[in-house]
Every structure is written in structure tokens, then in C-alpha cells.
Design a protein around this ligand. Structure first.
Ligand SMILES: N[C@@H](CCC(=O)N[C@@H](CS)C(=O)NCC(=O)O)C(=O)O
Length: 196
């Protein structure tokens, strides 16, 4: 398997899950601005959308989009217990959470990485959106669960962890959500975790 990635980007979630499942893999860095990889390949021929992650499977198939990549990896090694079995309500809950992380949480941070400087009012608006979504995670954790879906770490935690960690880069303080703050620390202590 090979993960096409960019340092510090959301592709780090798949890298964490690859570490969790203990399967051999290669990494190839992508320059998304130039559309090339470190080996000199045209990345748009790998992923026409030009963004990371992309996963090249051992069967030669390319998989894109975080929720699909993460579930594929989790399903490869069921013993790792990173995804509930297909067809269960628990799996639907995982998909619900992955979609939340992808389309709500991740995209709420996106304006900070657009390359444009946010004006003070624009920054307040973006931070308000991020805060609302972090508040949702805080409410999920308020029943004492250790991870987003309960007692077990899942692929959704790898993804949420990577996104929440961007808070440090944008100088957005997570301490006002103590459960989320502790959750990020907890996930960062797993051996699979990577420092952005
Ligand atoms: N919908 C995509 C979004 C991926 C995405 O936003 N990737 C970012 C890094 S976090 C990226 O590669 N940005 C560079 C670009 O868009 O050119 C997914 O879930 O995989």
C-alpha cells in the first residue's frame, strides 16, 4: 500500500490508521500546489481532484476521500477493532461521525488554510463555526466516553484528532472545551499518533 500525503494535512489520519493496523506501507509526499509527487509523478493522474489523501491499495486500486480511505483501512484488519462491522447500527454511527468530521469540522477549519489572510470579522465568523462544531464533540464526550463513539478508538478518532490539532496552528484555544482538550491529549498519547 502507498499513502499519498502532505505533511500536517488531513492525510495524517490515514497515516495514523496505517500505524494502528500494523500493515506495511509506503509514503509518497505530494506537492498539491504543483500537482506533483516527490517521485515526480503527475498527482492529478492519481487523484484528479488534486488533494490528499489518496491510497494505492495492494490490488492496485486508488481510493480517495478520507471517510472511504479510513474505512477501507479499518476493514483490512478487523482484529484492530477500528471500525464496527458493516451492516450494524454501530457502523452507521461511525459513518455519521466520519461525515461530520469531514464535511463539518474539517471544512470549518479550511478558511485558515486558503492562503488568504482572514480579516478580523472574517476570523470571528470562522471561529464561531469551529466553536459550534467543537461544542458538539464536547457534548458527545460529556457522558464519560473516552472516544467519539464510545469506549473504543475508531478511525473517526484518528481523523478528528488530526483536525482538532490544527487549533494550535491557528492559535485557537481548545481549553474552553475541557473534555475535547483531554480527548486530544489522550489520542496524542497513542503509539500510532504522529506529531503534525
Ligand atoms: N474531501 C477530501 C478533502 C481533502 C482535503 O481537504 N485535503 C487537503 C489537505 S487537508 C488538501 O490536499 N488540500 C490541498 C488542495 O486542495 O490543493 C477528503 O475528505 O479526502
Amino acid at each position: 500500500m502507498k499513502l499519498y500525503y502532505k505533511p500536517g494535512a488531513c492525510s495524517m489520519a490515514a497515516h495514523i490508521v496505517l500505524n494502528e493496523i500494523g500493515q506495511p506501507f509506503d509514503l509518497e509526499m505530494v506537492d498539491t500546489e504543483n500537482g506533483t509527487t516527490e517521485m515526480g509523478s503527475n498527482y492529478r493522474q492519481i487523484n484528479p481532484n488534486g488533494y490528499v489523501p489518496s491510497l494505492l491499495t495492494d490490488t492496485g486500486v486508488i481510493i480517495t476521500e478520507n471517510p472511504a480511505v479510513l474505512q477501507y483501512l479499518g476493514d483490512l484488519v478487523p482484529e484492530a477493532n477500528l471500525v464496527p462491522a458493516n451492516g450494524t447500527i454501530e457502523r452507521t454511527r461511525l459513518q455519521e461521525m466520519l461525515n461530520f468530521v469531514s464535511s463539518e469540522l474539517h471544512k470549518a477549519y479550511a478558511p485558515f488554510f486558503s492562503g488568504e489572510t482572514l480579516s478580523p470579522p472574517a476570523r470571528i465568523k470562522v471561529e464561531t463555526g469551529i466553536a459550534r462544531r467543537i461544542g458538539f464533540i464536547e457534548s458527545k464526550l460529556s457522558d464519560g466516553r473516552q472516544f467519539l463513539l464510545g469506549a473504543d478508538f475508531t478511525v473517526a478518532d484518528a481523523y478528528a484528532f488530526v483536525v482538532l490539532n490544527w487549533s494550535g496552528f491557528i492559535e485557537f484555544d481548545l481549553q474552553q472545551w475541557p473534555l475535547v482538550n483531554d480527548y486530544v491529549k489522550r489520542v496524542s498519547q497513542r503509539p500510532s499518533s504522529l506529531k503534525p
